[in-house]
Design a binder for this molecule. Structure first.
Ligand code: ZN
Ligand code: ZN
Length: 225
């Protein structure tokens, strides 16, 4: 054996050692190039050939794993990464867009589709909702005005207003079979305001009525969304 072939055998051994070290630390790309150089220097070397095959196989597995773990983005917010999917249509959705369902979560479009009948509001529904909302909120505002003063005014904002709003929403639900949506929100909001004005004609307590309208309308409108 000549000096050059001895040197190159030594170099191939070094490359094989380096390639195996690269495999151990998980750098399969580096392992492949290292084994490729070893195979190029000594095509007959079985260890170098085995090492190259091993590195190539591991790179393939790695690639497949990466594809499987591919990040997905909310279909409504292309910048938001997510692991959630709509249970109904299967599209990826982010936390902001998802609504908990009986099983899994729904995207806004599927949620709308599912509640569609509640959102099909007729003029008669609006009329019924408006009248019931007006009557109940007039009574509620008048009662609140009668009691309203001092510390009770604070209670109106935090307790009495929202409770009265809930009462009004339930009455409206009873009259309209739980219709929802923007037209219903506006109708009931206006009806409540008019109820407050009517109550003011009987019991002029502007502060109590004002607070009731502020707390009550916002709570009721939020419930009717
Ligand atoms: Zn969906
Ligand atoms: Zn989203």
């Amino acid at each position: 054996m000549s000096d050059t072939s001895l040197n190159s055998t030594e170099e191939v051994r070094g490359l094989i050692r380096a390639g195996r070290a690269a495999i151990r630390v998980g750098d399969y790309e580096a392992a492949r190039t290292t084994f490729e150089r070893a195979v190029a220097l000594d095509p007959a070397n079985q260890e170098a050939a085995d090492g190259l095959r091993d590195a190539q196989r591991r790179l393939g597995i790695e690639g497949q794993r990466r594809t499987a773990e591919q990040v997905e983005y909310c279909y409504r917010h292309p910048d938001t990464e997510t692991a959630l999917h709509c249970t109904s249509c299967g599209r990826p959705i982010c936390v902001r867009c998802s609504t908990p369902a009986a099983v899994g979560q729904l995207c806004p479009e599927c949620r709308k589709g599912r509640r569609a009948s509640n959102y099909q509001v007729s003029a008669l529904d609006l009329l019924k909702g408006g009248i019931v909302g007006l009557v109940v909120s007039t009574v509620a505002a008048a009662l609140i005005s009668l009691i309203g003063g001092g510390f009770f005014l604070f209670l109106i904002i935090f307790t009495v207003g929202p409770v009265a709003a809930e009462l009004i929403v339930r009455s409206v639900d009873w009259a309209t079979r739980s219709k929802r949506g923007r037209p219903m929100q506006i109708t009931v909001g206006v009806a409540m305001f008019l109820g407050g004005v009517l109550a003011f004609l009987f019991v002029p307590n502007p502060l109590a009525i004002g607070l009731f309208l502020l707390a009550g309308i916002s709570a009721a409108v939020a419930r009717l969304r």
